[in-house]
Ligand binder design. Structure first.
Ligand code: BG6
Length: 306
């Protein structure tokens, strides 16, 4: 991995993008006055923080107990789960959610255009013991008043490459019991808390009253997190993504995670865009696939007094 001084020389953008070493990792610090601020970890190519200038509250949730050391996945922000989501389909002993979130990525390009910072990362997988096939992965971030992330998978080999993935987005919310998620009405989902029960069908908005861990299939629509207490809607548009995962660990699972503050579960929800389970992607030789999200914050007009 390049050191922060070399990264600043090659990819830094005056006052808008600089790299700083922290705990053996390198963070990209982005500041676009009047548009947004963001922090991105090179370990995982993971957005940790993003706040558009007009938003009073942060958009992404990140654990205050997370370490930035490049030793384990960082809890919070937008981890990239790739090239498998959840447990490995054949070897359950391999790291959950794939290798992308536990590898140091290379910065391969940066730029500034119209108050948007672009940062592009590549993953060198040629020597990776967990990725036996010749395959490439690139992550492109566009950070401004909206945040977009594209994950491009390219099969450089001659045999087909099958993968699953997700942009495991942790959103910051006022309270899990006060929000709702729209965009999944009528879609079928697997309840990961009772996976043998088969598929269920979503009716209307999702509301939360307990641990929730669902994979919605063939769900290509934009999702919206309605958060009236904070007067905003988080809109998550996506492309190249068939699946949406919705997760909140609730009390016991939060307490069981060493890197998750016990009392923080009401203040986060994951709405993850990807291709999971039967929505997996098959790439023939030389084919590529791009999965992307675009997040923006809609501020709601205050409701008139009764
Ligand atoms: C979600 C899964 O995407 O990630 C959950 O649906 C899982 O089952 C959660 O518990 C967190 O995973 P991890 O590996 O980051 O602890």
């Amino acid at each position: 991995m390049m050191d922060s001084a070399s990264l600043n020389t090659e990819f830094g953008l005056a006052k808008h993008l600089r790299f700083e070493a922290q705990d053996g990792n390198i963070l990209a610090l982005i500041d676009i006055p009047g548009a947004a601020q963001a922090v991105v970890s090179l370990f995982g190519a993971q957005v940790l923080f993003w706040r558009p200038a007009h938003s009073l509250q942060p958009v992404l949730w990140a654990s205050s107990l997370a370490s930035y050391a490049p030793t384990k996945a960082i809890r919070g922000g937008i981890p990239v789960c790739w090239p498998w989501f959840g447990a490995h389909p054949v070897e359950p002993g391999l790291p959950a959610h794939g290798v992308a979130r536990i590898r140091a990525w290379r910065v391969i390009a940066s730029g500034l255009d119209n108050d948007v910072v672009m940062l592009k990362f590549g993953l060198n997988l040629d020597q990776d013991p967990l990725i036996p096939q010749p395959v490439g992965c690139e992550v492109t971030l566009r950070i401004g008043a909206t945040l977009s992330i594209d994950v491009r998978t390219h099969n450089r080999g001659q045999s087909e490459f099958v993968f699953t993935e997700a942009l495991h987005s942790y959103f910051s919310i006022s309270n899990i019991e006060a929000i709702s998620v729209d965009g999944l009405d009528t879609r079928q989902y697997l309840d990961q808390l009772n996976a043998t029960a088969g598929l269920h069908t979503q009716a209307g908005s999702i509301r939360f009253s307990g641990e929730t861990d669902r994979i919605y299939l063939r769900a290509e629509d934009r999702c919206v997190i309605n958060d009236p207490s904070w007067g905003r809607r988080l809109r998550i548009a996506k492309h190249g993504s068939q699946s949406t995962v919705v997760w909140n660990p609730w009390i016991d699972k939060a307490a069981a995670m060493g890197d998750f503050p016990n009392d923080d579960w009401p203040y986060m929800v994951c709405v993850e865009s990807g291709n999971c389970l039967t929505d997996r992607i098959t790439l023939q030789a030389c084919q590529s696939h791009v999965t992307g999200i675009r997040i923006d914050v809609e501020t709601l007009a205050p409701s008139p007094p009764p």
